[in-house]
Design a protein around this ligand. Structure first.
Ligand SMILES: Nc1nc2c(c(=O)[nH]1)N[C@H]1C(S)=C(S)[C@@H](COP(=O)(O)O)O[C@H]1N2
Ligand SMILES: [Mo]
Length: 412
């Protein structure tokens, strides 16, 4: 046992340097893939590629445990070496803490279905917070610790014509200090200026009790629908008391814009009465109100949404589902996104809704309005945005994200 550890410790200095390098690459890969996963912008672009990036992120994330464990074997000696260097000792703690924090919260996010939305929601908060604080720290650390900054006179030696025997005089300590201090400040300020505002916005949205951003999205709604639906008394003020949490705007296409002339809705396929509506007609359909939570598989949730719309069951009854039908297929007006539920699932759930209002206001275009599907008991990818067609079919249909690796079983 002891000799086995000793073997691993052999060549300590070289190993520590190699570890540092490997760790650096792991952090670079995780940052790039993580930022792509975080940015909604990439979703439309990447499509299926996103699932691969997610897998790379998870596998490399778990693999990051290897250098951490290896470091712990070497840590005793490294620790002694850093005696009298409190800053560097602090740095070891920060980096180990970051890596372990990312790892634990990452595993919980990966296993979202096993741990449930509350835990994965908190894991996402931790994962994001560590990224907001840790990534700038690591970038700062790597820039301000590069060799030429630490030992600038060596650089001059290298670039000077050494062989001639006249080494240029090393810069005086005063000059080194000011140049180092200046660059450190510049890097710090640059990071603060570029990342600060987005960080504060993220912090406000994540920790804020209500989601004022929905109001903002309503204000800047790309849709212009007339007439506006009159909310039911249960919607205004919303019986749910107003939603808490923030929707992340997800789309795999540019966000479509609607008005009352280019919007329509249809039910067809295996039904006795195929039906279609324009906006004016659709607004007149009888609506109901329900309160429910909304969970995305990536970890975020929005709680206590008051949705107003038409229960899917009601629409299906009016259309008269034929006995051969087994599946309800949903189409988005974006022309790309689809998903499906079996008729059994629809009947079992009872709260699947074709929603038109959220907390008493018309759903804005960014959030899938004017009409989107809501499936509270399943993860968000079932809740098709810009819903404009429902088709009854007699075979299975694999939805957009299911085709790209998400579980067909989307139960929360
Ligand atoms: N048309 C369409 N519907 C969609 C999506 C999409 O990209 N396009 N994303 C799904 C996913 S994964 C989630 S979590 C929710 C997000 O809804 P939001 O953008 O209103 O927050 O919409 C779902 N419905
Ligand atoms: Mo999602």
């Amino acid at each position: 046992m002891i000799s086995w550890l000793d073997k691993l410790r052999k060549g300590y200095g070289r190993k520590l340097a190699a570890l540092h390098k490997w760790n650096g690459w792991i952090v670079v890969i995780l940052s790039l893939t993580g930022l792509i996963l975080f940015g909604g912008f990439w979703r439309g672009f990447l499509g299926e590629g996103r699932v691969w990036i997610r897998w790379i992120h998870i596998v490399v994330g778990i693999a990051s445990l290897v250098p951490v464990l290896y470091y712990l074997i070497l840590a005793g000696r490294h620790w002694k070496q850093l005696k009298g260097k409190p800053k560097q000792r602090g740095n070891v703690f920060v980096v180990l803490g970051l890596l372990l924090g990312w790892l634990v919260s990452g595993v919980l996010l990966w296993q979202f279905q096993a741990v449930g939305p509350r835990i994965s929601g908190n894991a996402l908060l931790v994962h994001d917070l560590l990224t907001w604080l840790g990534l700038p720290y690591i970038i700062y650390h790597s820039i301000t610790r590069t060799k030429w900054l630490k030992e600038p006179h060596r650089l001059t030696v290298k670039t000077g014509r050494v062989g001639e025997g006249v080494n240029p005089a090393p810069a005086g300590p005063q000059a080194v200090y000011t140049r180092r201090a200046f660059i450190k400040t510049a890097v710090g300020a640059g990071l603060a200026i570029t990342l600060g505002p987005s960080f504060l916005r993220w912090l406000g949205n994540s920790l804020g009790a209500t989601s004022p951003t929905v109001d903002k999205l309503v204000e800047t709604d790309g849709n212009s629908m007339t007439p506006l639906p009159q909310p039911l008394p249960a919607s205004a003020p919303p019986i749910g008391g107003g939603s808490t949490g923030t929707f992340r705007i997800y789309t795999v296409t540019p966000i479509p814009k609607y008005n009352d002339t280019n919007w329509s809705f249809a039910i067809d396929g295996l039904v006795d009465n195929k039906m279609s509506w324009n906006w004016e007609q659709f607004v007149k359909l009888k609506r109901t109100v329900q309160v429910s939570d909304f969970h995305c598989v990536t970890g975020w949730s929005v709680y206590k949404n008051t949705w107003e719309g038409i229960p899917l069951k009601t629409l299906l009854q009016q259309a008269g589902v034929q006995s051969g039908a087994t599946t309800v297929k949903f189409y988005s007006g974006d022309g790309v996104y689809t998903d499906a539920l079996t008729l059994d699932q629809v009947n079992q759930m009872g709260d699947v809704m074709v929603a038109m209002l959220h907390d008493g206001k018309l759903i804005p275009s960014d959030l899938g309005g004017p009409v989107r599907l809501i499936v509270p008991k399943m993860y968000g990818y079932k809740s098709v945005k810009w819903l404009n067609r429902i088709e009854l079919i007699n075979e299975d249909h694999i939805g957009y994200w299911e085709e790209r690796g998400y579980s067909v079983d989307a139960w929360v």
